[in-house]
Design a protein around this ligand. Structure first.
Ligand code: SF4
Ligand code: SF4
Ligand code: SF4
Length: 260
């Protein structure tokens, strides 16, 4: 997959905070507007929602003279190579990987268990009024048709670069960019070229899937399956060796004649 894997290289130094990416995503995916309130910042909305699959986070800093400066950060699903959401999902096909490496989803198969929320190291999946998973699916329909994702097409500064993941990374390295996500979680599909430390942007320094997920996926779930098939096997062996359960004990079973 490494050769065919597609992804984003997001260069934060080129982002001007215009939010064309937010709008383009909403238009393409036909998602509703979210009602928001002014909270004393230009950042709006202040979090991902079931109707907002990417957003621009404003990283604000004020200097000694009260002069405010911003860094802009495009927040979205990272399309992890080792995806916690897929690992924990109990409904086959609800979250799945395409041949391009995209972590896509099928709402019809989502059973609303919300396990993927706790398994995501980046706090991405959201649930809406329909109680189904919602997140960036990397415009799986557009990509399958040979087009670039709507947000990348709308970005006027080439902050959002979509294409062959390995080629994008090689280009960014040649430009001496500091990368985030190249090797984490078997490589994230969305790799950032950051202007500061990951923590400044609210990114985990060393992202990992919560250990409890491994316990569920690799220990408890297999044990449960083993227990289930083990019981079926034991019943079959009992049936073949002992025979079917008799409804009433006969006198013969009790080892003697019956006198009335
Ligand atoms: S960022 Fe979260 S939702 Fe996206 S692929 Fe990774 S684990 Fe899944
Ligand atoms: S890739 Fe598509 S679904 Fe994902 S944020 Fe961009 S426009 Fe939205
Ligand atoms: S469209 Fe490009 S420049 Fe504008 S906010 Fe989005 S990433 Fe930044």
């Amino acid at each position: 997959m490494a050769e065919t894997r597609k992804g984003f290289l997001i260069d934060t130094s080129r982002c001007i905070g215009c939010r064309s990416c937010q709008v383009a995503c909403k238009q393409w995916n036909k998602t509703d507007a979210d009602k928001t309130a002014n909270q004393g910042t230009f950042e709006n909305p202040r979090d991902l929602t079931p109707n907002l699959y990417n957003r621009i986070k404003f990283v604000e800093k004020a200097d000694d003279k009260g002069q405010v400066s911003w860094k802009f950060f495009n927040e979205r699903c990272m399309h992890c190579g080792d995806a916690g959401c897929m690992k924990v999902c109990p409904s086959p096909g609800a979250l799945y990987r395409t041949k391009d490496g995209i972590v896509a989803y099928n709402k019809e198969k989502c059973i609303s268990c919300k396990y993927c929320v706790s398994a995501c190291p980046f706090n991405v999946p959201r649930y809406g009024a329909d109680d189904k998973v919602a997140k960036c699916n990397l415009c799986v329909d557009r990509v399958a048709g040979g087009m670039s994702p709507a947000c990348a097409k709308a970005c006027p500064t080439q902050s959002l670069n979509f294409g062959n993941r390995a080629e994008l990374i090689a280009k960014a390295k040649a430009a001496k960019k500091t990368l985030y996500g190249e090797n984490s979680l078997m490589g994230t599909g969305v790799v950032y070229a950051l202007e500061g430390k990951p923590e400044e942007y609210g990114l985990p320094y060393n992202p990992s899937i919560p250990p409890a997920i491994f316990l569920w996926k690799d220990v408890i779930k297999p044990l449960g399956i083993f227990g289930f098939w083990g019981s079926i096997g034991a019943m079959l062996i009992h049936y073949v060796s002992v025979g079917p359960k008799k409804l009433e004990e006969t006198a013969e079973d009790r080892g003697g004649d019956r006198h009335e």
